[in-house]
Design a protein around this ligand. Structure first.
Ligand SMILES: [Zn+2]
Length: 52
């Protein structure tokens, strides 16, 4: 099963179990909860920048 990291809280989640998704700059992000999704959508660049 595919896993990904919730960019807001840093939790590892299964993509199939994600509560919400958002697309920013061509990348799809997955979230563990609606509140994490809302935080991301409020300021995508803050989280999407990450530490890559
Ligand atoms: Zn989260």
């Amino acid at each position: 099963m595919a896993t990904t990291t919730d960019p807001v809280c840093g939790m590892t989640i299964e993509t199939s179990a994600a509560t919400g998704t958002a697309i920013h700059d061509g990348t799809t992000y997955f979230f563990c909860s609606r509140s994490c999704q809302e935080s991301f959508e409020a300021d995508p660049t803050l989280y999407a920048a990450g530490d890559q």
